[in-house]
Design a protein. Structure first.
Length: 85
């Protein structure tokens, strides 16, 4: 039987593009917080772009999926809340 604790690492996925300044800012923020994430480029793989629309209802990026919580844009308070910071 496993139990979760505050030391469990969050599952973080960020949907981004190389030209997106807010995407870079969000990734830099996660890097500074020491949060590992999976970066999915919406331009390199059309399936990633489709996933953004399915998760957020629109094509704006970045879109962060933090343990199932969807955050559109680089919103530090929402990111911190989703990370439990």
């Amino acid at each position: 039987m496993s139990s979760s604790s505050a030391t469990d690492k969050p599952t973080v996925t960020i949907y981004s593009a190389t030209w997106c300044a807010f995407c870079h800012a969000a990734k830099d923020y996660l890097d500074k917080k020491g949060v590992a994430y999976t970066d999915l480029d919406i331009e390199k793989d059309p399936a990633n772009a489709q996933a953004v629309v399915q998760k957020s209802g629109q094509l704006g990026i970045p879109v962060l999926d933090i343990n199932g919580t969807i955050i559109v844009g680089f919103d530090r308070p929402k990111i911190d809340a989703a990370l439990g910071a």
